[in-house]
Design a binder for this molecule. Structure first.
Ligand code: FA5
Length: 340
């Protein structure tokens, strides 16, 4: 019997060591210690033994049982440790793996231009004013001396919402709104904003674009003040070596009116940007029309002023050498990520 028990123990130990899961260990327990288990069966034979043999064999069986239990426990622990180590390996985080940094946002090139121009005028004592993009016909046209049948309305192909409400075609209505608010105080504002026209989209036109309006109203403001302020702006924004040229023009809300050119980077040599003229048009301007002052209750006999309006996209195209206005709106990261 001793030999038999030794064989059982050897076999059992092999099975314990060979078990690779707790499931297999459970099966082992059943096979050896279950109701019909191999070791259990030996315990059952004790009754058939003589009283002398019984305690001896009983002890052998008990010892075998506890040795196997011990081995089983150790193997169980080993398997649990292995399982934990494997899980740890599976879930391991490589804390030294370089992260994926989120892409940094940055201002749109048009926003950069608006900020730079705004800062230049803030430095000259102007402040920023705003007005609605959905505007009354009165502010967009009538108060600016553009009555209903005036041909100047054709210059602004408008997007109407109702008979007398439209998307503003320029930032000039903010001139009137601000004068109404500030009367009788002097006015010195710039107005960056979005404007809308029924223009077809092409390389230099967009139905939605940006303007920056300027308005200065006070006593004894002359046309030469306009030229002075615009010259300072051009020197700051384009460079000290650039020249300013005023050409006569027409706007119903300014009198006299002018179109302002800046000398081209080619210094008059003639290039593609200036179409070989040596000059680039950057804005429209003029002395505020007496009728416009009167609309906002400023007495034209006492007050005078100047106003100007520039297209932000056109200026941004000049600054960055962009030849197609559509590039500003396409959100192409290859273009946008070049601006910081
Ligand atoms: C005006 O809108 C006047 N309100 C400007 C002004 C203000 C004159 C104050 C006098 C006193 P104009 O329609 O020319 O003017 O437009 C001004 C600028 O807007 C143009 O020089 C051009 O740079 C830009 N612009 C006009 N239409 C478009 C367009 N469809 N897309 C992009 N830019 C445009």
């Amino acid at each position: 019997m001793q030999d038999e028990l030794r064989t059982i123990e050897e076999q059992a130990r092999k099975e314990i060591t060979g078990a690779t899961s707790s499931q297999q260990l459970a099966e082992f327990r059943l096979k050896y210690f279950g109701k019909k288990g191999l070791v259990t069966q030996y315990s059952r034979t004790l009754g058939t033994l003589s009283p002398e043999e019984r305690p001896l064999v009983g002890k052998l069986i008990n010892n075998l049982r506890s040795r196997l239990e011990e081995a089983l426990k150790d193997r169980q622990q080993e398997l649990a440790d292995q399982e934990a180590a494997a899980q740890f390996e599976r879930e391991r985080l490589d804390v030294e793996l370089p992260g994926r940094p989120p892409r940094r946002g940055h201002p749109h090139p048009l926003q950069l231009i608006i900020e730079e121009i705004t800062m230049t005028f803030l430095g000259m004592g102007f402040s920023v004013a705003e007005g609605p993009e959905v505007e009354l016909d009165f502010y967009n046209f009538e108060a600016l001396n553009i009555p209903p049948e005036h041909p100047a309305r054709d210059m602004h192909d408008s997007l109407y919402i109702t008979d007398n409400i439209l998307l503003r075609t320029h930032t000039s209505p903010v001139q009137i709104r601000t004068m109404e608010k500030l009367y009788p105080h002097p006015v010195r504002i710039i107005v960056p904003g979005r404007v809308y026209r029924r223009d077809a989209l092409d390389a230099t036109h967009s139905p939605i674009f940006h303007q920056i309006e300027g308005l200065l109203v006070d006593k004894k403001v002359s046309f030469s003040d306009l030229k002075g302020v615009l010259t300072v702006f051009v020197h700051k924004f384009f460079g000290e070596d650039r020249q300013v040229r005023l050409r006569p023009s027409f706007f119903p809300f300014t009198e006299p009116s002018t179109e302002v050119d800046v000398s081209c980077v080619c210094r008059g040599q003639g290039c593609r940007i200036c179409k070989n003229t040596g000059w680039i048009e950057i804005l429209g301007a003029g002395s505020v029309h007496p009728k416009v002052l009167a609309m906002a209750k400023y007495d034209p006999e006492v007050y005078s002023g100047f106003a100007f309006g520039m297209g932000v996209e056109r200026i941004a195209m000049l600054r960055y050498g962009i030849t197609d206005i559509r590039q500003f709106y396409e959100n192409d990261f290859r273009l946008l990520s070049q601006f910081h």
